[in-house]
Design a protein around this ligand. Structure first.
Ligand SMILES: [Zn+2]
Length: 479
């Protein structure tokens, strides 16, 4: 069996056949950095990171492009509230997104283009659409340019909708439109908007529409036709429908497969800012280590909603720690053959491969992972070192595909954090025995020995303070 993916354009599971053998081009819609990231944003990034890891593990050379929509109505409005230039506001939150992606071990994309760096590509694309009769400047002189949905018979094909079932596009005053469902490719500059938020075009100054940005950036880095376009389910319509319509109307075949991840919901409601029940990454990682958040986001199937209820985080922590405890114990018993293994060379259990090839079936894949942990624990208990090593390497390699290998240097903050705790405990025991010897020397009036102990500790960077409750030690603060 080889990789099969659910293509949400045809609503069928299809064999993955790349445009160029051995290569895979993937475009994922990235952040609009108007405010900080929540867990829904991280889910999308993690899902397509697992796709990238699985494609690479399957032998493909992957080019993954994830954009930043660094200009948008909300960014402009919020930057005014914050009293900073729009570009500063966008960059501040772009950095927060970058830190959040990194915190859950999302591999940096091959490229991360910003919309504002691709205005010329966008103007070119609009020009092609105008020339082909699929776009027109607004009749009201606003400087907007719209896509003419009635000129493109396939409009609605991605989401399987007829034109008459669709809502009007709420992106501009409909008076300038031929059809209320026509959507803005370009938005003319409005009075009161900062001059830095507009660019010159043949149709006047203005800024790009969101849908157009993604088409232009995907095409620039992946070509007129590429393999997979991904994003959250909420982007299917109108965003992805419009991306596909404008690119195909301009003559580009565009994406061959469409993948959409489901939502993260809290007690049954879609998590979104508008509902006011956002779970920010900052709030989550205060409760559990980031690796547990990653585990929580990775283990359900990407097309199923994740419902966060009381106890979800603890449940994920317990499940992840079963993996971690086995790997750490195996590393203690077996040493470098576990910690320094080249995971790319480790054979994966066939059950895991079959599950991942079946539209990234992570629930079945994670079940194989936990079975292997159980087998490994039994092997350790029976002092079966070969069995334990085989299991430990397989567990690490499977966990690595999901981005949750406990020995991944990325997680040093969590696993290493525990190692640091252990070091501190060991150091405390050693310093305590020195301090006990010092107390005994003083009781015997052997002040020379007592002072020598204190001097020795001080030379090691340990400060001793005598308190009514006994001697306390601290590590000297580094200057
Ligand atoms: Zn997009």
């Amino acid at each position: 069996m080889s990789l099969r993916l659910f293509d949400s354009a045809t609503r069928q599971v299809r064999d993955f056949v790349p445009l160029v053998p051995g290569q895979a081009g993937v475009y994922v819609c990235g952040a609009t950095p108007q405010s900080g990231p929540h867990i829904g944003h991280m889910r999308s990034a993690v899902v397509f990171d697992v796709l990238q890891r699985w494609l690479e593990r399957s032998g493909y050379r992957v080019t993954l492009v994830r954009n930043v929509t660094d200009i948008d109505d909300k960014i402009l409005a919020k930057s005014v509230e914050a009293g900073v230039p729009w570009w500063q506001h966008a960059l501040t939150f772009e950095r927060e997104f970058a830190a959040a992606y990194d915190s859950v071990n999302v591999t940096p994309p091959t490229y991360e283009p910003r919309a504002t760096g691709h205005v010329t590509d966008m103007v070119d694309l609009i020009q092609r659409l105008v020339d082909a009769g699929h776009a027109y400047p607004a009749a009201d002189g606003s400087g907007d340019v719209y896509f003419d949905v009635r000129s493109w018979a396939q409009y609605g094909e991605l989401t399987n909708q007829g034109l008459d079932d669709m809502e009007p596009a709420g992106d501009a005053d409909p008076r300038g439109k031929r059809d209320p469902r026509d959507f803005a490719l370009w938005k003319g500059a409005k009075a009161g908007e900062p001059a830095t938020a507009s660019w010159p075009t043949p149709w006047g100054r203005g800024r790009p529409g969101w849908h157009l940005e993604c088409s232009a950036m995907a095409t620039r880095y992946l070509g007129p036709e590429f393999d997979i376009h991904g994003g959250g389910l909420d982007l299917r319509f109108p965003h992805h429908e419009n991306e596909q319509a404008q690119s195909r109307a301009a003559g580009d075949p565009f994406s061959r497969y469409w993948m959409h991840n489901a939502w993260v919901v809290q007690s049954g409601e879609k998590m979104s800012k508008s509902l006011g029940n956002t779970m920010s990454m900052e709030a989550l990682t205060r409760q559990v280590p980031a690796v547990v958040v990653r585990y929580l986001l990775t283990t359900p199937h990407y097309r199923s909603n994740i419902e966060i209820v009381d106890g979800s985080l603890e449940e994920a922590r317990t499940a992840y720690e079963r993996i971690e405890n086995f790997v750490v114990r195996a590393a203690e018993v077996l040493g470098a053959v576990v910690t320094d293994a080249a995971l790319a060379d480790v054979a994966l259990p066939q059950g895991f491969v079959d599950a991942m090839d079946d539209d990234l079936g992570t629930p079945a894949a994670v079940a194989v992972l936990h079975e292997t942990v159980r087998a490994g624990n039994s092997a350790l208990a029976a002092d079966d070192k070969d069995g334990a090593l085989t299991a430990a390497l397989a567990v690490r390699a499977m966990a690595d595909v999901l981005g949750v290998d406990p020995l991944d240097p990325h997680w040093r903050g969590t696993v290493g954090g525990r190692a640091e705790d252990r070091l501190r405990t060991a150091l405390d025991a050693l310093v305590r025995s020195e301090l006990d010897a010092r107390t005994a020397a003083r009781a015997a009036k052997d002040f020379a020995t007592a002072d020598a102990i204190r001097t020795r500790l001080s030379a090691a960077g340990i400060t001793v303070e005598d308190t009514p409750g006994g001697a306390r030690w601290t590590l000297e603060e580094k200057a």
